[in-house]
Design a protein around this ligand. Structure first.
Ligand code: PMP
Length: 427
């Protein structure tokens, strides 16, 4: 495949946009090569500026769970746009999407919409701090909760890919209030809580980590966090920006049967438009302005186009009782197929998967936390990435990312992908 026009466009972009991209992982820095400029996408496929067709396993990093340019969502946005694109005043559709989200997700009474996952998580910890009157938070090494200052401490995803998990510009004052724990290590969390008695407002966790590759919670881990939070008067925040409306209608809370105190959303909830949200029971949400003392706001929050996309997406998910079973089946099929060809070719690997989140690490050791996720960040991953790309299969350009499977993928696409993996490693 040729990427002549993408190369040209990238060179032009680099002159006026730092690194040529508006979000670092897009730049292909860790795998090398030219980032691909997309022209359009439909269903499971991307079409780039050079006319190449790619099977997409990223799907805008999660939102396009039903495929690109999904017609009901596109039509809803077009129709809404004709009526005006922003008012900064209440609209009925905000209540409609809020009602639907609250009906789908367990254990929440109210939800507030923002413009990104970053904003959702940033607001959630402010709310937790205000509600508990405590300042510290616990986050897990390798988890990513967006780029607000408190979270850029040992962060995953692009932050680690680019070697800046602790970003310059985050003040030491902010950093001292973020306590770091090891994912899947309850004893570690307990010791941190014991050492900071009465001071920890919240534990924020990706209930299935997706920003150090896909790392499932060990059996009992989420339940253990719940129990520790109850014991210490600390709020449990599930960052469901990836898992929300992807692993089940009710997200990880439903899948694992564990209740969080605050839940954050992004990605799927916006149907591909810039949307985030955070939600909780009444006693916590009523702490927010204008009825409570914790301030949070947004000129474009609840934007009608974004709400139209999000509402239509949630309606489609809500009415399709087979969706999550189908996604599970497709992703399990891909997993089995890749395992077989990697075994046949004697490649050292680990595959982690929960529902339609999956990643391949090129090391045979188990991947359970940030340190073990690092084993797979190696040359074999680069060979894998570029090998797949050469065959027209697009995965995330970093080993610290998850693949997001879309329902638009056919079994022919999956077979094609498995065969492409075989080609890379067949000697
Ligand atoms: N939380 C998690 C778990 C995420 O994966 C991400 C983004 N990948 C965010 C928060 C931040 O969301 P956004 O990029 O929309 O700001």
């Amino acid at each position: 495949m040729l990427y002549q026009r993408s190369s040209q466009l990238f060179a032009e972009a680099e002159k006026v946009i730092p690194g040529g991209v508006n979000s670092p992982v897009r730049a292909f820095k860790s795998v090398g090569g030219t980032p691909i400029f997309v022209k359009e996408a439909k269903g499971a496929y991307l079409y780039d500026e050079d006319g190449n067709k790619l099977i997409d396993y990223i799907n805008s990093w999660g939102p396009m769970i039903l495929g690109h340019a999904y017609e009901p969502v596109v039509n809803a946005v077009i129709e809404k746009a004709k009526l005006g694109t922003s008012f900064g005043m209440p609209t009925e559709i905000e209540t409609k999407i809020a009602e639907l989200a609250v009906s789908m997700v367990p254990n929440i009474d109210k939800i507030r919409f923002v413009n990104s996952g970053t904003e959702a998580c940033m607001s959630a910890i402010r709310l937790a701090r205000g509600y508990t009157d405590r300042e510290k938070i616990i986050k897990f090494k390798g988890c990513y909760h967006g780029h607000s200052d408190s979270f850029l401490i040992s962060a995953g995803s692009g932050a680690v890919t680019f070697g800046s998990p602790n970003s310059p510009g985050v003040t030491s004052g902010t950093a001292k209030d973020t306590l770091l724990a090891t994912y899947n290590d309850l004893a570690n969390v307990e010791s941190i809580l014991d050492a900071n008695k009465g001071e920890v407002a919240a534990i924020i966790v990706e209930p299935v980590a997706g920003n150090m590759g896909c790392v499932p919670p060990a059996k009992g881990f989420l339940e253990g966090l719940r129990a520790l939070c109850d014991k210490h008067g600390t709020l449990l925040i599930f960052d469901e920006v990836m898992t929300g409306f992807r692993l089940a209608k009710g997200g990880a809370q439903e899948l694992f049967g564990v209740n969080a105190d605050i839940v954050t959303f992004g990605k799927v909830i916006g149907g591909g438009l810039p949307v985030g949200a955070f939600a909780a029971r009444n006693e916590i949400m009523n702490y927010l302005a204008p009825i409570g003392p914790v301030y949070q706001a947004g000129t474009l929050s609840g934007n009608p186009l974004a709400m139209a996309a999000g509402l239509t997406m949630l309606q489609e998910i809500n009415k399709d009782s087979e969706l999550f079973a189908r996604l599970e089946e497709k992703t399990a099929y891909l997993e089995r197929g890749m395992r077989k060809v990697l075994n046949d070719n004697k490649v050292a690997y680990t595959i982690n998967r929960v529902g339609s989140m999956i990643s391949v690490f090129f090391d045979e050791r188990e991947v359970v936390d940030f340190d073990t996720a690092g084993y797979g960040n190696n040359d074999t991953f680069k060979k894998f990435f570029h090998g797949l790309l050469a065959e027209g299969v697009y995965i995330a350009p970093s080993s610290y990312e998850t693949w997001f499977i879309t329902d638009a993928l056919t079994y022919e696409d999956l077979d094609y992908t498995i065969n492409a993996v075989n080609k890379i490693f067949a000697s």
